[in-house]
Design a binder for this molecule. Structure first.
Ligand code: HEM
Length: 219
């Protein structure tokens, strides 16, 4: 990739869009995998064990770190640039149809909260001490017990619900915005894609929300 491409606004937007779409795919699969919480402890632990013991996991994790970092860095640079060019060009705030939606105006703020959440989330689940359990004669981390222990705390449950609610807004705007940046749809498809993007965001957000709430109420 040429450095001049990354220096251009469109280059940054495209890198951010591709990384964002890959992250959107990750959160959907992560949410669906976590749904095994509803099936039972052994299934949940076995699924995580199978994922972690696949040697390709290191490649996937390196990819995730690269996508998170490039999405965040490009997002911050573009937002600073937008802010300074907006201050120069507009004296009056837009209203009515031209006014940007709540989600789109606060993308950078939502993103910052989500980034802090991801770091805390990794400390809570990935880098925490785990008990061991045995499933089908194989010793593995008892991630199910860890999740159950963490979500006994209402503070964690409320924190998670707020964070994944923001993630839902972020995806609702982010997915269609990324597809538009990459030129995947035409103007006449705009409202349909916006609607699908909102559905995607809220399926992921509500799916994630259901997990701490279920654990808190039923364990
Ligand atoms: C209720 C919601 C969630 C639960 C119960 C949950 C659970 C978990 C658990 C148990 C792990 C550790 C797996 C291991 O040790 O290998 C994990 C890893 C991770 N989670 Fe979540 N998660 C949730 C939401 C999220 C959200 C919303 C994001 C991103 C915005 C996220 C991003 C990650 C990442 C990046 C990893 C590390 C993956 C890896 O290194 O392979 N999680 N999650």
């Amino acid at each position: 990739m040429k450095f001049s491409y990354l220096k251009s606004t469109i280059g940054k937007k495209q890198v951010m869009a591709v990384a964002g779409l890959l992250l959107a795919g990750f959160v959907l699969t992560h949410m669906l995998g976590n749904m095994l919480l509803f099936v039972g402890a052994d299934m949940y632990n076995l699924y995580s064990y199978k994922l972690i013991s696949n040697p390709l996991i290191y490649l996937a994790e390196a990819g995730l770190v690269a996508f998170f970092l490039s999405h965040i860095v490009m997002g911050i640079v573009l937002s600073i640039r937008n802010k300074s060019s907006r201050q120069k060009s507009y004296a009056v705030a837009a209203s009515g149809e031209k006014k940007a939606s709540w989600s789109s105006r606060f993308m950078i703020h939502q993103g910052m909260v989500i980034a802090v959440f991801v770091v805390l989330h990794l400390l809570t689940f990935k880098f925490a001490d785990k008990q061991q359990t045995t499933v089908d004669g194989v010793v593995m981390d008892d991630l199910h017990q860890l999740v159950v222990d963490v979500f006994q705390s209402p503070v964690y449950v409320i924190g998670y619900v707020i964070a994944v609610g923001l993630l839902a807004f972020h995806l609702s705007h982010g997915v269609h915005s990324a597809l538009s940046t990459l030129g995947f749809y035409s103007e006449e498809k705009k409202s349909k894609i916006e609607c699908l993007s909102a559905i995607y965001g809220w399926v992921v957000g509500l799916g994630f929300m259901s997990q701490p709430i279920y654990v808190y109420l039923f364990y």
